[in-house]
Design a protein around this ligand. Structure first.
Ligand SMILES: Nc1ncnc2c1ncn2[C@@H]1O[C@H](COP(=O)(O)OP(=O)(O)OP(=O)(O)O)[C@@H](O)[C@H]1O
Ligand SMILES: [Mg+2]
Length: 324
């Protein structure tokens, strides 16, 4: 039970409320505490719910409507990192630009002709299980669903309940994976709504530049609407400053983020050539150079996710990092 509670990042009071909502009961914090310490026997229906929730994949969306902020890099590194540690991971490329598809070395054109892309899942309602590519880059537990430029056509769909399309499809494979990671597109269209409706958690990469962080308010407003309308349980696990070069203006931006938002600001990912070097070699940085600058930040995130711990928080950028 504690494992699930940690995964949901809830204290005992909030976990009791979560159970009460799911099961229509009136359990207290005290009850949860007694179950966790073995003082009281856990009721069957509570145990069943806990087991069910733990056996289903955690769905993590990596989203920001701003382009070029490190969404794809973050999704690919975390997915590969978790798979390398033995977790069963599905990465779903939800961006018509198909950058994650390319970064993973998947042949978008061939997969499109074989009707094995997210376009076919969402528009033609092909079961997602039939589109999954297994063992990407020889990593045993790393599976993926490719994207293709035609995925942009999803925005034209006019059917009722269309923002539920991805959630419905993922339900069929949730028990086959430990983690499902969704790489979001750089806009606030229907795909973004589908992703946020399907996710349990959302991570927001952001470049510590004044104009980039201004867009954050819009992203958080969108998340707020999703939480109200289509996905009450969606949790924001943090804002992740990426591509940080430790320039004075970036230090200021991160400092103001720390002061102005209630969302956790995570330890920044420094700018590093390792990501593009690995890409150029057709590899994934976390597999090729896990100790390299920048890459090791993702390794730390993976380790914390595995332990069910909160991700590292930013305190402030180190002053000896070459600020100008
Ligand atoms: N920490 C980093 N250090 C250096 N380069 C990085 C870092 N993170 C990402 N990059 C590079 O920055 C570029 C943009 O990153 P990425 O594609 O991950 O962003 P994105 O938010 O997914 O972009 P888009 O909005 O177009 O989907 C890529 O060339 C990527 O290799
Ligand atoms: Mg991207």
């Amino acid at each position: 039970m504690r494992v699930l509670r940690n995964r949901l990042r809830l204290d005992q009071t909030a976990f009791a409320a979560y159970l009460n909502e799911k099961l229509d009961r009136r359990y207290s914090k005290h009850k949860v505490s007694n179950w966790e310490t073995g003082g009281d026997r856990v009721p069957k229906e509570v145990q069943l719910l806990v087991d069910e929730e733990l056996s289903a994949a955690l769905v993590l969306a990596v989203c920001n409507q701003k382009g070029g902020v490190g969404k794809t890099t973050t999704t690919v590194q975390l997915a590969a990192g978790l798979a390398l540690r033995g977790k069963r991971v599905l990465i779903v490329d939800c961006d018509p630009q198909a950058s994650a598809t390319a970064a993973l070395g998947l042949p978008a054109g061939d997969l499109f002709r074989a009707r094995r892309t997210l376009f076919h899942v969402l528009v033609e309602e092909r079961p997602i299980a039939e589109t999954i590519v297994k063992g990407i880059q020889g990593i045993e537990h790393l599976d993926g669903v490719a994207s293709h430029i035609e995925l942009g056509g999803v925005e034209m769909l006019r059917e009722p309940g269309r923002e539920l399309l991805l959630r419905e499809q993922l339900a069929a494979v949730r028990s086959d994976y430990d983690y499902i990671l969704l790489d979001g597109p750089p806009n606030l269209g229907l795909l973004m709504q589908c992703i946020l409706t399907a996710a349990d958690e959302v991570l927001i990469p952001v470049r510590p530049e004044p104009l980039d962080t201004m867009g954050l308010a819009l992203m958080l407003t969108t998340i707020g609407k999703i939480q109200k309308r289509t996905n009450k349980g969606l949790r924001v696990i943090g804002i992740l400053p990426t591509l940080a070069k430790s320039r004075a203006v970036e230090l200021e931006v991160i400092q103001s983020l720390l002061e102005s938002t209630t969302v956790p600001v995570l330890k920044h990912v420094p700018d590093s050539a390792s990501f593009s070097m690995a890409l150029a070699a057709g590899r994934i940085a976390i597999e090729q150079r896990p100790k390299a600058k920048g890459v090791s930040t993702y390794v730390d995130m993976v380790e914390r996710m595995l332990r069910g711990e909160p991700l590292s928080l930013e305190t402030m950028m180190p002053s000896d990092a070459g600020a100008v």
